[in-house]
Design a protein around this ligand. Structure first.
Ligand SMILES: Cc1ncc(COP(=O)(O)O)c(C=O)c1O
Length: 503
């Protein structure tokens, strides 16, 4: 057994405090294909210069020890597929504002931001105080409580399509419940989803999450179950064909930002056409606003794009950084969850739903506090402005360095890819780079380069999330400018290691 002692504690910056950083870990989606690939760096650089991978491991001896220990009790030593990283992930000790710190004392600008849950940054005082007030009076009250009402009222006030809310413990549970409600409402069994759109990990939505989109079911999901989900490209004619061909489709589910929080944006006019088509075919339109909710606008993507879905799924920002989710919508659908005096109707039509931690008071307290800030302080607008600066800054630098690649995104998200030629890059705030959807979804066709960029950014003290920066209102202009400088150094480093060339 490896014994690990605590490193000296390093002061982390509080919210909005400008701060120089040294380092960080990066999770990328490319580890699988890069595992076992020969590392070129040590052969192309002078021996005195460590390769990107050597530098990563040299700065993280304690994370290496923890990972060895973790691998004995956790599959791959991690607890989420996206936290798996070669050679190993960094283990984090604490986080404040826009920063976090690992067990080796490396400070990192955090662009993972709780997988998108932390629009306000780590430890926002309104949220931590609300949770601290609730902890001593009960983490589970075994009954109804006022905070859950306040929480649902805030959601209904903010989200244009919402009258009633049912809380769950996660986004995955929210999409599962929304699909069940759609099936019960329409008395139809099938679900239509779009290639690359992610809706959690339950059986109905695992199909076509990532390329290749060849209709296969994933291990552990029986084919008859997987066959109930149909998947088409984000092309409105494909949606129309599917709805026309199959009268058993209960609902179309989608990320209203496009796949992977705007990594693969939807074509112009897609949402409005999808609204019309689903209504015309008696199917429901389900907006998965787990990421976009309260971020794209206070009322989510539905407010921003002016389209009302039949059901909305929420999580992440909803619960202010604690666990929680919700399915929400108009009474006409949500009432299927209600008990009535009619026993026959209830037996035949009512949708059952339990969940020990639904609307638990700690998540409710954090959620109410967070949504109050969303309502009063427009944190999404602050984060959006910072992400815009990051996207434009990366594209300018790539242009200046004459290196293929680009940054793109929407709202407070910045996606980055290197190595692919992008013909429309001169538009500095790229909504959609001119590249195939599969390349956008995987953030570049060169998986090894994406992986090394992630490690190199870690080495520069910037923690990306699978090739993307999820920007919060706790980040600062200085954080963005430091990230841009870090990015430029990484590009030089990758050039020096022979991994990326000038155009
Ligand atoms: C769009 C989208 N839907 C659903 C989910 C699943 O949410 P959770 O991880 O809370 O189960 C996620 C998670 O990242 C997501 O991004």
């Amino acid at each position: 057994m490896v014994t690990v002692t605590s490193p000296p504690r390093v002061h982390l910056p509080r919210k909005h405090e400008p701060r120089m950083v040294s380092w960080c870990p990066v999770t990328t989606a490319c580890q699988a294909s890069s595992a076992g690939a020969p590392l070129k760096g040590s052969t192309t650089l002078a021996t005195s210069t460590p390769s990107i991978v050597e530098e990563y491991t040299r700065k993280r001896p304690r994370s290496a020890e923890l990972h060895a220990r973790a691998s004995r009790v956790l599959p791959n030593g991690v607890t989420h597929d996206k936290r798996w990283l070669k050679p190993y992930p960094a283990y984090i000790t604490e986080a404040h504002g826009g920063y976090k710190q690992d067990v080796d004392g490396n400070e990192l600008i955090d662009f993972v931001m709780g997988h998108g849950a932390l629009l306000l940054g780590h430890g926002h005082p309104a949220v931590t105080q609300a949770v601290a007030r609730q902890v001593p009076v009960g983490s589970h009250l075994g009954g109804s409580h006022e905070l859950e009402i306040e929480w649902a009222e805030a959601v209904a006030r903010l989200m244009p399509s919402v009258e009633k809310v049912r809380f769950t413990s996660s986004g995955t549970e929210a999409t599962q419940m929304a699909i069940r409600l759609a099936r019960a409402h329409t008395s139809r069994p099938k679900l239509l989803k779009l290639h690359g759109h992610f809706h959690g990990w339950h059986d109905a939505v695992t199909k076509a999450q990532s390329p290749p989109y060849d209709g296969r079911s994933v291990p552990g999901v029986p084919k008859p179950v997987s066959d109930q989900t149909l998947s088409v490209p984000a092309d409105i004619r494909a949606v129309e064909d599917a709805l026309q061909r199959d009268p058993e489709i209960a609902a179309l589910i989608l990320e209203p930002s496009g796949a992977g929080y705007a990594a693969v944006p939807l074509p112009e006019g897609f949402l409005a056409a999808a609204r019309e088509l689903t209504s015309g075919h008696g199917a429901l339109l389900l907006f998965d606003e787990v990421v976009t909710g309260f971020r794209w606008a206070p009322g989510g993507a539905q407010e921003r794009f002016g389209i009302r879905p039949d059901l909305t799924m929420l999580a992440k920002i909803l619960a202010g950084g604690l666990s929680g989710g919700a399915v929400a919508g108009p009474n006409t659908v949500m009432d299927l969850l209600e008990h009535t005096e009619d026993a026959t109707r209830d037996a035949d039509r009512r949708v059952v739903h339990q969940g020990t931690f639904n609307a638990n008071p700690l998540s409710a307290a954090a959620g109410v506090a967070c949504l109050r800030v969303v309502t009063n302080e427009a944190p999404g607008t602050i984060a959006h402005g910072l992400a815009l600066r990051l996207r434009i800054g990366i594209n300018k630098r790539l242009e200046r360095l004459s290196v293929p690649g680009c940054a793109w995104g929407d709202s407070s998200i910045c996606h980055v890819l290197l190595g692919d030629e992008v013909s429309n890059r001169t538009t500095r705030d790229l909504l959609r780079p001119d590249l195939p959807p599969e390349v956008l979804k995987t953030k570049g066709s060169n998986r090894r380069l994406a992986w090394l960029l992630g490690l190199a950014m870690s080495n520069e003290g910037v923690d990306l999330f699978a090739g993307s920066a999820i920007v919060s209102a706790a980040h600062t202009v200085q954080d963005i400018d430091r990230t841009l400088d870090a990015f430029e150094r990484c590009v030089h480093r990758l050039q020096a290691e022979g991994e990326v060339r000038e155009r």
